[in-house]
Design a binder for this molecule. Sequence first.
Ligand code: PMP
Ligand code: GLU
Length: 398
Amino acid sequence: MTEVSERLNRLAESATLAMARMSRELKEEGYDIIALSLGEPDFDTPDFIKESAKKAIDDNFSHYTPVPGLLELREAICRKFKRDNNLDFTPNQIVCSTGAKQSLANLCLSLLNPKDEVLLPCPYWVSYVEIIKLAEGVSVEIPSTITTDFKVTPEQLEAAITPKTKLLMFSSPCNPSGTVYSKEELLAIAKMLEKYPDILIISDEIYEHINFTNAHFSIGTIPSMKERTITVNGLSKGFAMTGWRLGFIGAPLWIANACNKVQGQITSATCAIAQKAGETAMLADPKAVTTDMKNTFLRRRDMLLEKLKEIPGIKCNIPKGAFYIFPDVSYYFGKKDGDKTIENANDLCMYLLNKAHVALVSGAAFGNPECIRISYAAADDKLMEAAKRMKEKLAELK
Ligand code: PMP
Ligand code: GLU
């Protein structure tokens, strides 16, 4: 019998998308599910961005674009990188893709040889490990816990370096912990990396505009890291444009060229209409677009943290960015739901889905199996109701 490839068999379904699928299915069966599993803003794309997409349709942006994206979009992204991040790129160093997810896949496929190692500070975004697997690389997880605000140190990273280490990949603000690495912390990591000139850095900054410290720092601005850093960003989060599928990188030219080669064989380029909308978004004052959303997320974070304090055994750090809370729930491991023991975060998530009808994601998929991820990109009343249901159902575990 014909079968799918071994490569596919090794690949796990995206845990975030799997939970979103399960909650959708339960909703279709008539259950009142509160879905806090998927990381996507519950805001609509700003009108002025939508208008430029409508105009792009009328102006017949209906053709293939250059593989890395329209020149005017890449010029706008260069301006954005300079304005917001103090990063200097020329348009030929920018590659736009079908979401930052494809940017990450292009990079791993372009850079990794089989068995090359990628340093992944925990917790990491779910898709990193699977994309690395697709590219036949090896993930090397650097553990962290809530006691250090889920941060890793240069010493921990250095201890994990081997002659096979090719990449360091991380997000700040971090999905799922909301952790933001400060300038000083990134300088210390960079200083350590100066001893290892062959290691490249993928800095995923997609939550840049949802940073409650108001101090986003790009590791690529450190002179010794400039030629080794790929800065990944996109419009999904800050601009509420998940469905438009537009992400991008700013990279050393040889890496941008490599990504173009991969992308040219896989998607050609991302959607021309989305690119014109993206150009408008990149030229706008980001504060004017993102401040209200950010303030709403901050208010919800505080409201939800207060509610979670009422639940015994739930330990939270204070996320400094993104829109997730990542509590340590290990207190509940070993407790029973009737005859069934809650062994781990996966079991706890399934229990909360089936009994409290609240969809969350297990920390196991992010490299921290003692945690669960709660997305607070949802309306206030939904968040309050979810916390209430969680409290009630967790109290029933014996
Ligand atoms: N990086 C991180 C850390 C994310 O949370 C996500 C999820 N949206 C992505 C990359 C990919 O985003 P997109 O493909 O929607 O641009
Ligand atoms: N990145 C979001 C999340 O972590 C969206 C889902 C996905 O692309 O996996 O939930």
